[in-house]
Design a protein around this ligand. Sequence first.
Ligand SMILES: *[C@@H]1O[C@H](CO)[C@@H](O)[C@H](O)[C@H]1NC(C)=O
Length: 437
Amino acid sequence: MAIYPCCFSFLLVSLFVSFCYAEIRLTEIRHDDRPIIPFDEFGFTHSGRLELNVSNIALSNQNPDLDMSKVGFFLCTRDAWMQVLLQIEDGYINCALNSDFVKLVFEFKQLKGKSNSFNTVYQENTADQYTLVFANCLSHVKVSMDVRSAMYNLDGKEKHRDYLSAGKTILPRVYFIFALVYFTLAGIWIYVLYLKRLTVFRIHLFMLAVIILKAVNLLCEAEDKSYIKRTGSAHGWDVLFYIFSFLKGVMLFTLIVLIGTGWSFLKPYLQDKEKNVLMVVIPLQVVANVAQIVIDETGPFGHDWMVWKQVFLLVDVVCCCAVLFPIVWSIKNLREAAKTDGKAAVNLMKLTLFRQYYIVVICYIYFTRVVVYALVTITSYKYLWTSVVAGEVATLAFYVFTGYKFKPEPHNPYFVIDDEEEEAAAEQLKLEDEFEL
Ligand SMILES: *[C@@H]1O[C@H](CO)[C@@H](O)[C@H](O)[C@H]1NC(C)=O
């Protein structure tokens, strides 16, 4: 059973992940001697703006003869950055600020008199994805300052500010549509439960809760993104979004474990080792969500961003692998039961169902973790939303499959099966044994 290849390629691909954020961001730089400090990345359209407000500037060296044209902010695309690095390597220039591949936003020599702050608006009319970068080419000079950066595009005729990056500006609509789809699914599920109310198990109500949480979570995400789009900050919607993300994450993983163990429709209780899986997965989900919040709030170039990113990925991999074990145990138990209790046909049916479920869970995890991240890295910044859609479609397919396969049905193990069917099933189980499928 291929648990490990999935985890491994997941780790591999995640190393190449990149994100881009777009909110108004406040950053405090304190006694920093890094020659290059990257800030946020943003996809500009033809009417992009960068608003930069820097205050409390202080250099560790107060010498008035310092060459202040070697300190400043610029915008740069990834390709241009490669060219700049080449130029520096060739000795053609000695400071990124001097390269003609970068777009100079502000040089500190423009600071007037004794002023220790500046405000500037930079217009970017060439559509592309840029990173705001601070360069300090003075050696042994530490910089302190408070940076407020806001990047946005001016949209439509009314020139509304759009704080979402070019490839993400339709995300609020995308999330809203998916939220509607899940609310519809919840409605359908309630109807199915009502029709088959005599054979409804507790697991079916649990599934209903998971669908509703997913729908509410998408709604919060739509509102969160739409608020950022209009104002550049999340203003509380992110809190709701994180709460529902957490609940949804815990419930979904629990649901996969419960279905995987056959809880409530194969057996009423969980075994100890199955409970242990839940004991591992649920606290890890707490950690994963804390990491996610820190990642979102600090931006890709914060000090500890990479650490939290790795924590998140590691925890996610462990959770994904952990939920597979109960399914494997169930498959093993069913195979053993098939040999001993003589009800070959019924057991074969269940066995097939659990194997399908196992494969679908692996595909779901693989697609939402590996393929979607790969898509993020290979698609152009203008189409970043497509990876979100791909991930949501895969998730939707997983929910629909789970609901369809495990819908309430009369699970009567004594339903009539004629001898021929029973024999054929026994034969197939024997065959499987020989090949150890
Ligand atoms: C930042 O600078 C811009 C351009 O001068 C100015 O319009 C804006 O009000 C400033 N914002 C803050 C918060 O100081």
